[in-house]
Design a protein around this ligand. Structure first.
Ligand SMILES: Cc1ncc(C[n+]2csc(CCOP(=O)(O)OP(=O)(O)O)c2C)c(N)n1
Length: 410
């Protein structure tokens, strides 16, 4: 037995720091197609292993293999590729717009496009997402107008949120996209409550909760799991493990033990891990979880294993805390390239068509950007009325707010 001596404080450290060689040898990657697909009414105890493996469909050759394959048509996959390419082009333009001072802030999805884009396809109209700031693919894949997204980013006169919100904190009830909040994890428990309400009222709609790896350390994450499991709420509990929470590596939130998915097991919630850079796998797993929720079988926890290839936000410089080439060393590759290769393998796509699509998508994004900018940007052109600042705080404006508005002379 070890000698009892002075206690030591333990702080988990990432494997590599800037200047070091990226090393993901500690991330076991199972072969595509190797993880079984259980029936949706499976006893969670029987699929314990799925919380420690990674469901993958696309293999290295670009072929779709195994029991989770074969759920999407050529057309659906081509559309999925277009969604991911659009999100990437949108990100690049808005990142640049921030550098040009047209907006104060932006956050990209680089490397994580498959997660939100493929997930959206597994939901029905009327279902409600409770997203973080890194799931704009839910909007893109639901054909939410890009111009409206840009208007919000520019806080201009056409901003549906009237300049009250930080850029990218979108909100669209119509598109099943709950208002984003800056306070991490709050939406997770709200999603469970929304799902409970849907069940209480005998509705058919389900909810999807979203959270990042870092934010699972927030207490709302744990509250959500208690309520979801107790009441078998029709909710999909998504964890996007992109390895980083700003400068903090995922081991800090996880404590070095198990996986994020494994957290569901202690609550009796079926938990799956999926290759977050595999459009087909993300969609298949999301569909499985959605079917479970709709069949009154309760919540499913899904961990998407991916990598945040870009900076955390326009206010962040990742070279200060991780090797520059780390994203290239990420063993699950790039979601756009992988779906592209699969479609080429299927014989419905080519490098030429891909290049042409890239040009067309960029033109569409630029056209939307021009239109949005005609309504104003951060420092130029139209702005929401200052009067709007006082609206919407209460259903009816109380006297003290009316007074303050008068004092402001507007
Ligand atoms: C309650 C709260 N604490 C801290 C922050 C500041 N903050 C914003 S994003 C972020 C990191 C979140 O990381 P993760 O959940 O892994 O998501 P990712 O950004 O990687 O998508 C932090 C700490 C915040 N917005 N809210």
């Amino acid at each position: 037995m070890a000698e009892a001596g002075k206690l030591r404080f333990h702080v988990p450290e990432p494997e590599v720091r800037p200047g070091g060689t990226p090393d993901f040898s500690n991330v076991p990657i199972p072969k595509a197609g190797s993880v079984p697909k259980p029936p949706i009414d499976v006893d969670p105890r029987e699929i314990r292993d799925l919380a420690f493996s990674i469901i993958r469909v696309l293999d290295r050759a670009g072929e779709a293999v195994g029991p989770w394959a074969g759920m999407l048509s050529d057309e659906e996959l081509l559309e999925g590729l277009r969604h991911m390419m659009t999100l990437r082009a949108f990100d690049a333009r808005m990142q640049m717009a921030q550098r040009q001072g047209k907006t104060s802030f932006y956050m990209q999805h680089l490397g994580e496009e498959a997660v939100s884009c493929a997930f959206r396809r597994a939901l029905d109209k009327g279902d409600m997402n409770f997203p973080t700031y890194r799931q704009a693919g839910l909007l893109i894949a639901d054909d939410y107008p890009m111009v409206t997204m840009m208007n919000q980013i520019y806080s201009n006169e056409a901003d549906p949120l009237k300049g009250r919100q930080l850029p990218i904190m979108y909100s669209s009830k119509e598109h099943g996209f709950f208002s984003i909040s800056g306070n991490l994890a709050t939406q997770y428990i709200q999603a469970v409550g929304w799902a409970m309400a849907s069940a209480i009222s005998g509705d058919t709609r389900i909810a999807a909760a979203w959270i990042g790896d870092g934010s699972t350390a927030e207490s709302d994450f744990h509250s959500a799991l208690v309520f979801a499991s107790t009441y078998k709420a029709p909710v999909i509990l998504n964890i996007v493990n992109n390895q980083w929470a700003i400068s903090t590596f995922q081991g800090i939130a996880r404590g070095g033990a198990g996986t994020f998915a494994a957290r569901g097991l202690g609550f009796g919630i079926p938990a799956l891990r999926v290759d977050g850079n595999d459009y087909l796998a993300v969609h298949a797993v999301a569909k499985w979880a959605a079917e479970r929720a709709r069949a009154n079988l309760g919540p499913t926890l899904i961990e998407y294993v991916t990598y945040r290839a870009g900076a955390h936000s326009t206010s962040d410089d990742p070279s200060a805390y991780r090797p520059k080439a780390e994203s290239e060393a990420w063993p699950l590759g790039d979601p756009v390239v992988r779906l592209k290769n699969h479609l080429i393998h299927r014989g419905v796509w080519s490098d030429e068509r891909h290049a042409q699509a890239e040009t067309e998508i960029l033109e569409t994004v630029i056209t939307a950007q021009k239109e949005a900018e005609s309504h104003g940007t951060l420092h130029a052109g139209g702005k929401p009325s200052i009067r709007d600042m006082f609206e919407g705080l209460y259903a009816e404006m109380p006297p003290h707010l009316k007074r303050q508005r008068q004092q402001a002379g507007i």
